[in-house]
Design a protein around this ligand. Sequence first.
Ligand code: CTP
Ligand code: MG
Length: 222
Amino acid sequence: HRTVALIVAAGRGERSGSALPKQFASVAGRPMVAHSHAALAGHAAVDAVVVVTGTDQFHAVQVAVGPVQCVAGGATRRQSVLAGLESIAAAGGADRVLIHDAARPFLPTQVIDRLLGALDSASGAVPVLAVADTVARCGGALGDVVPRDGLVRVQTPQAFIFSEILAAHRGWSGDAEPTDDAQMLRAAGGMVAPVTGDTMLEKVTYPDDFAAAEARAAARYR
Ligand code: CTP
Ligand code: MG
């Protein structure tokens, strides 16, 4: 099995309020992208790591994580992932790929183990967590409650058989931009297995999420 990890770090972090793109903001003493890079590069099953980012940010990535292959991203997350997958394909391909958001800095090694294990019997695998809050439609006034039984929150990293996720990305023709890769594999007919996610993997999206990430790191790594 040749397993390549793809970290997408080409976003602008507009909702985060961060002065620099959030993936380069410091959390627990290091730029966010450095944490997940260390977890992926240090995993025994991962053979190579590729970081997708803006061409003007290749240097910032190298400063943050050390020597690593950088690929130019696109205008949307989907386009950034596709650019990364095409670069892996051009370099000889892979058997499996882990696709991860740089905005999720803390990546427990057990989650990687669960994801790769699930690929023995599925084309894709994603970490999921149950929904704790009441979920309801809302547009002006509060609308109907959506029964949360059977709903999950889907995290990254997401693991795939490389040839299948590449084909799903190449063949994508949806009109709404997908927010993750599992929905693309499903649209192409692939089966995605859920594995247990981890609260350490929460994404940093809004300004308050930086403090929450610091607190999680302090609690886990104390
Ligand atoms: N991403 C990317 N290329 C894009 C957009 C997003 O590589 N064109 C990456 C981000 O860097 C991030 C991950 O996809 O690691 C998840 O996206 P999101 O949380 O939406 O990050 P941003 O797009 O940077 O933030 P915002 O939407 O608030 O601008
Ligand atoms: Mg975004």
